[in-house]
Design a protein around this ligand. Structure first.
Ligand code: OGA
Ligand code: ZN
Length: 328
């Protein structure tokens, strides 16, 4: 019997989207898409079957008494920023607050949060501090499948499994990561909106030296088309993942993630892999390689000038009137 499909009242955005295919793990198309670097929702992988019973009570009883990274936001948005880059940016206002809490302290905040007030989001790598039962659940992940994918697709090393526990309505605004990701949903539902790396020009990321490097500057709820005119042309892909689903989220693909109402909270675990070896460069370069090249050029300029104030003028001198509005 087919599982009943959940329906949610999804916010409408001012751009069109296409559904990301949902395919069974045994469907040959699944592997083809992963090999081609295309997103796919993989069903019945059993990747986190051993964790599908996780809930707040069980985690509280077994996750250990260490401190956990929790973010607190005054609105629903949890925009990541790099603490190491904060000092070079004088007027930077942190988009969220970083707290180190014990698990019970986090659960209390989650349960007592008032609608429309501060929201919290736990984002902590699963590590040695966890109790025996969590270790057993972790060892029960379908490592043989995920490791086979890592090998077949020449991904680099597994860097981390991030445990994410969010409140309904939490939004991780659009950004891209420099790692391959098998994103496993455990509890509740998340809506993903993805954009192909070739949409870079529509997404207007912050400069690489900015704390919000890799994040889009566009506010999806209120896009400023004067500053970001090409956002009008953006085309996305979307899906809703639920318990047991795994989204293959390829490196450099833009994504926004929203926790949907269900249990009042969502639980997910990422499987992040480093990029594979570069190999021979073949032309034309892929959109992903172009993004990587732009990042390197930007970083070189930043390093050479050693003063963030000079960068915009330097870049403009290089381009304005010479590379902009070329004659027809
Ligand atoms: C990711 C990611 C955010 C979220 O897995 O790369 O951005 O809210 N996740 O799940
Ligand atoms: Zn991400």
């Amino acid at each position: 019997m087919a599982k009943e499909k959940k329906t949610f009242d999804l916010k409408e955005y001012p751009f069109p989207t296409e559904e990301i295919p949902r395919l069974n793990i045994d469907n040959p198309e699944t592997e083809k898409r992963i090999a081609a670097g295309l997103p796919v929702v993989i069903t019945d992988s059993g990747l986190v079957r051993s964790a599908l019973h996780w809930d707040l009570d069980y985690l509280q009883g077994n996750i250990g008494d260490g401190k956990f990274t929790v973010y607190k936001s005054k609105n629903k948005k949890f925009q990541y920023f790099d603490d190491k880059k904060v000092d070079t940016f004088k007027d930077f206002e942190k988009p969220m607050e970083h707290l180190d809490l014990t698990f019970p302290e986090f659960v209390k905040k989650l349960k007592t949060a008032k609608p429309g007030k501060d929201k919290v989001y736990l984002q902590q790598a699963l590590n040695e501090g966890v109790g025996k039962r969590i270790v057993a659940d972790f060892l029960g992940f379908n490592w043989s499948w995920v490791t086979e994918q890592q090998k077949k697709n020449k991904f680099g090393a597994l860097t981390s499994n991030l445990l994410l526990i969010g409140m309904e309505g939490n939004v991780t605004p659009a950004h891209y990561d420099e790692q391959e990701n098998f994103f496993a949903q455990i509890r509740g539902y998340k809506r993903f909106i993805l954009f192909h790396p070739d949409q870079f020009k529509c997404m207007y990321p912050y400069p690489t030296y900015h704390p919000c490097d890799r994040q889009s500057q566009v506010d999806f709820d209120n896009p400023d088309y004067k500053r970001f005119p090409k956002f009008k042309d953006v085309k996305g892909y979307e899906t809703v993942v639920g318990p047991g689903d795994v989204l293959f989220l390829p490196m450099y693909w833009w994504h926004q993630v929203e926790s949907l109402p269900d249990h009042g909270h969502t639980i997910s675990v990422t499987f992040w892999y480093k990029a594979g070896p570069i190999g021979n460069v073949v032309y034309p370069l892929s959109p992903q390689q172009k993004v990587s090249m732009m990042r390197n050029l930007e970083k070189m300029i930043h390093q050479a000038l050693n003063n963030t104030d000079e960068i915009p003028e330097f870049m403009q001198n290089m381009v304005l009137g010479r590379y902009t509005d070329p004659p027809a």
